[in-house]
Structure formats: structure tokens, C-alpha cells
Design a protein around this ligand. Sequence first.
Ligand code: UFG
Length: 339
Amino acid sequence: MKSILVTGGAGFIGSHTVVSLINSGYTPIIVDDFRNANKTVVQGLKKLVEQDLLIYQVDVCDKSKMNEIFEKHVFEGVIHFAAYKAVGESVDFPLKYYHNNLNSLMVVLECMKKHAVDKLVFSSSCTVYGEPKDLKEVDEQTPKVQANSPYGNTKCISEEIIQDYHAAWPMLKAVNLRYFNPVGAHSSALIGEYPIGKPNNLLPYVTQTAIGKLEELTVFGNDYPTKDGTCIRDYIHVMDLANAHVKAISFLEKQESSCCEVINVGTGKGTSVLELITLFESKTGQKLNWSFGPRRSGDVTEIYANVSKAKKILSWEASYSIADALIHAWEWEKKINSK
Ligand code: UFG
């Protein structure tokens, strides 16, 4: 069985990708130092995949420890998730973000070259597009813009590092997946998103408010130029996103020569904050306590993915609906609060 190194494999998207990898016959080997992941997720993960998992509790920036891991295993490829991801925090602590997100990537690339592991799937973000000008549907040709947070900038720079490294080490086969808004949880409710502290993203805020952990959801802004005045995003079920990583690995396995691709991963559909709230209430039967507040600085008005490239080159498209994602996220929230 082919082994795939999954950095950040105990995190939200990482843990779901581990499930997809196992379902597709790969052996995931996880590196995660648990600074932003929860061990409860690992317990659920093991139960879900009905097997033990090899997990190295190591900081990906620790080059010597990472080298030891690369010496112990023959990896078919690497899926590199491990990174900080809170936009607001990155504004307050930019160097924390630059140190961690860029060093970890560089360590991964150096180890890959040293050990002749030539396939990389990297977690990028639609944040690289910034605020789309006229067309709100962005494809991979849409120009990247100046990032509006240090976090976003680490994603822009990381894509460039991979591009430059690919030019210098032509063996490298890389796919940068530009995620839109990952939401939901595995349908088993054994794994899901486990935010440490107050959540930054909309759906965990919604589910924690519905369960009573948080008092009220603030909808940031009602005066955007959209159909109902609230921002529009492309929410993608985390299991669909997980499956896209496995498709990306199998795409790289088929490449005879080197490559460096960027690929959008979304549903192609935009949903407003109010639509999401209404759908959550109707699908779960939970009344949500929410009110309008001022705009959050740095928010883009509307963006959603053109997903033609993912369909064409990865043979991948989203299969879950946003309603599925809301139900699964709610089941997960209930589960973690039942203990
Ligand atoms: N929102 C609220 N109230 C909240 C939280 C969010 O109204 O309490 C709104 C936001 O204003 C936005 C929408 O819900 O309109 C989605 O916000 P999220 O924070 O869930 O997601 P973002 O689109 O802001 O952020 C996502 C990723 C980031 C990435 C960014 C831009 O989480 O990693 O997209 O690509 F940088």
C-alpha cells in the first residue's frame, strides 16, 4: 500500500482527508503537533477507519525530526495542511504566520527533494483572489491580488515558493488546491471541526450558538450589494474537499513529467450568510439567535468558484449539498456536547 505523508492530519480538513485516503487504499502517515488539533478527533478517526493510525507528534518546522520521518518511510507523496489559518490573528501576529506557514512548507520541500518524494498537494485558498472585480465566479486564470491579511499572504507566497522550487527541481509534481469555504463534518459524526477557543468561521459559530455555547451570532454587515445585503461564499462540504485531495494525488501519479497546477475546489454556487442561516434553521429545526452587526474588515462581498478545471483534470466535483453539510455539522456539534 502506498504511504502518503499528511501534515496537519489531525486538523479539520486533514482528518477528513485521512478517511478519504484510507477509503482509496492509501496508507496515511500523520504529522501533527496538536497545537491546533484535538485528540478527541483522533479517537473518532480511529473508530471511523477501524484501524490504528501512525501519528508523529512533531512540528513540521523541525527539519531534523521531519528528515527522520522521511528516512523511516517511503512516501508516494505529501499532502501539506499544517498551517495557521486565522485571518484576524494573522493581522495581530504576522511573524507567527510567516515563520510557521512558510518554514513548514520549505522544510517539506527540502525533505521531499532529499528523499526523492516528488508529489505534493498543497492547501491554498481562494483568498489569493481577493475581492473579484466584475465577475464573482473566479477561475484559475483570474489574477491573484495583493493579499489583505498576513495569512492570505502566506498562501500567495507559498504558491510562489512551490512554483519557484518546481522550476529549480523539475522532478516536482505539485497541485495547489485553492479551497473555498470548507464546512460540515463526516456523516458518522465521529470527526468534524474542533475550533480551539472562539470560532472565527461562520458555521462553527452557527452550531455553537444553536447548542447554547455561544449566546448570539452576529451577521457581519447587511448593506453589501448582494440580493439580501449579506456576503456570498462558496461553501464546500469537507468530505468533498477531502476527496479532491485524493483525486489530486492520483492525478499526480499519472503525470509522466513534472507539473505545477493550481485548482479551485468549491461547488460553483454562492450562498449568502442569511441563506445559510435560514437553511440551517429549516434543516435542523433549531432556532438561531442572531442579529446584524457592522461589517467585518477585510471581508469580500461575493466570491464563488469556477470548478471546470477540477472536473476536467481531476475528474472531481462536489457531491454533497450545503444542506448535507449543515446537517452533518449540527450532528457533530451535538455529539461533542453530549459527553
Ligand atoms: N460571518 C458572520 N459572522 C460570523 C462569522 C462569519 O457574519 O460570526 C460571515 C463573514 O462576514 C463572511 C461569511 O460569514 O461573510 C463567511 O465567513 P468565514 O469567516 O466563515 O469565511 P471567510 O470567507 O471569511 O474565510 C474563508 C477562510 C479563510 C480564507 C478566506 C478568504 O476561512 O481561511 O475564506 O478566502 F482566507
